[in-house]
Design a protein around this ligand. Structure first.
Ligand code: DAH
Length: 437
């Protein structure tokens, strides 16, 4: 269900001897300061008690407050501004705190208690009732109650994930929301929809209302048709505008499922021969509007991933570049303009393997990646499983991971990487009770 996914030139790895043995550590980076004690996490002036559910890590806490979406020259911010200028009349919220409750992130959105998207291995929990938002949809309820009929919410979102060129545990989403009077929606939408053709963008949409993607029982088809048409029109027009300079863009609408919308859709764009999902959207479940006291309204919502769009539009090959402080990156961009990124030379990599016997057969790769990232920071470009075998006699399972270290901003020395790798080995051994080989 859940999709999409600054400071100075050098990003040094964070000091992190072992998460379990940390009694009290104070971390500070130019953008952010936070403290982790045995009993609480202190960040942004809040003290949040820790419990058995706690799994926020120094790496993600150090990314809070970087606010890439607010730096005028940053590609994420440039796209945000271009989209905001397309959605005229929408109230914008760009500085809502990423620390949210499980009610906001899940319950308000009708996400069932046993839904996998709530799992500890996918999220960063401060404790059992507080987490770093996993999507900007966490603010839909507050947006509806703000008194604005149309709004956009942009912010950083957090998900535990693997490490590679297109996955990073922090990324940015924009949420869009609009509602109408149920009684007059058809007329209102007709007045607003002015069709503009753009030959460079081909939109394929064969979605229909169906049993798998139904109109909600409390709605009539006459209400939902104009809302869905307005949603599709608004998003297609936005994509046409963003991709105005692309010679030939293919966009397709497919049916989807989200607990908070019905009917639901996803929009994909064709990029380098592959369909890339860029947003989810749909007609808002009436329970959500009712909870906010908007019983006689009907609405649509969307959530889009800004990094995905930015990677395509600016031709940015690696998601880590968004976090780079290298002048050669940021100086390339100008507010209000989409221009192709010109690659600058990469620094050489340093590759290290780590192999170990597991104490039992269960293994959570996300948690392993997380530990590697916590110890080594952004210097980790890639973590890949290269060997997985079970000993025929002992039935013990052995894994080997290859870690590629490379800085975005500077040359790394062998001594430095050896020291980091030693720390990775130490922490992995303690945290997962593995036997190193
Ligand atoms: N929150 C969803 C996600 O992160 C995206 C999304 C889907 C947002 C549908 C919406 C929506 O507002 O209506 O995967």
């Amino acid at each position: 269900m859940l999709l999409l996914r600054t400071v100075r030139a050098v990003h040094r790895p964070l000091p992190m001897p072992c998460r379990l043995s940390v009694v009290s550590r104070f971390y500070s980076s130019p953008a952010n300061a936070y403290e982790i004690t045995e009993t609480e996490t202190r960040v942004n002036g809040q003290s949040i008690p820790r419990d058995a559910q706690t799994n926020v890590s120094p790496t993600v806490l150090s990314r809070m407050n970087r606010n890439l979406h607010l730096q005028p020259q940053h590609p994420i911010s440039i796209i945000r501004q271009l989209i905001e200028s397309h959605f005229t009349g929408f109230k914008t919220f760009n500085d809502l705190s990423p620390i949210v409750s499980t009610r906001q992130n899940f319950d308000d959105l009708l996400i069932p208690l046993d839904h996998p998207s709530r799992s500890r291995s996918d999220n960063y929990y401060f404790n059992e009732s507080t987490l770093l938002r996993a999507h900007t949809s966490a603010h839909q309820h507050d947006g509806m109650r703000s008194g604005h009929e149309r709004f956009l919410i942009t912010g950083d979102v957090y998900r535990r994930d693997e490490i590679d060129a297109s996955h990073y545990p922090v990324f940015h989403q924009m949420e869009g929301f609009a509602y109408f009077d149920q009684a007059t929606v058809a007329k209102q939408v007709k007045e607003e929809m002015t069709h503009k053709d753009a030959p460079n963008v081909r939109v394929v949409d064969d979605t229909t209302f169906s049993d798998e993607n139904p109109v909600q029982q409390c709605h009539t088809q006459d209400m939902v048709e104009p809302v869905a048409a307005h949603l599709k029109h608004s998003l297609n027009a936005m994509l046409r505008k963003l991709f105005a300079d692309e010679p030939d863009l293919e966009v397709r609408w497919i049916q989807a499922y989200f607990p908070f919308t019905s009917p639901s859709y996803e929009v994909e764009i064709k990029y380098k021969g592959e369909w890339l999902e860029v947003l989810g959207c749909g007609v808002v479940r009436q329970e959500l509007l009712n909870q906010a006291g908007l019983h006689d309204k009907i609405g649509w919502a969307f959530g889009l991933g800004l990094e995905r769009l930015a990677m395509v539009l600016f031709g940015i090959p690696d998601i880590r570049l968004f976090w780079s402080q290298d002048e050669r990156f940021l100086s390339q961009f100008t507010p209000g303009h989409i221009q192709k990124f010109k690659a600058f030379s990469k620094y050489p990599p340093c590759i290290k393997d780590i192999s170990f016997w597991l104490p039992e057969n269960k293994w959570q790769e996300n948690n392993f990646c997380e530990v590697v990232r916590d110890v080594a920071g952004d210097i980790v470009e890639n973590v890949k499983l290269i060997d997985d075998f079970v000993h025929p006699k002992t039935q013990k399972r052995s894994l080997c991971y290859r870690i590629l270290y490379r800085s975005m901003d500077r040359n790394v020395t062998h001594e430095e990487i050896n020291a980091i790798q030693d720390r990775v080995r130490d922490v992995v051994e303690k945290e997962f009770a593995v036997t190193l080989r």
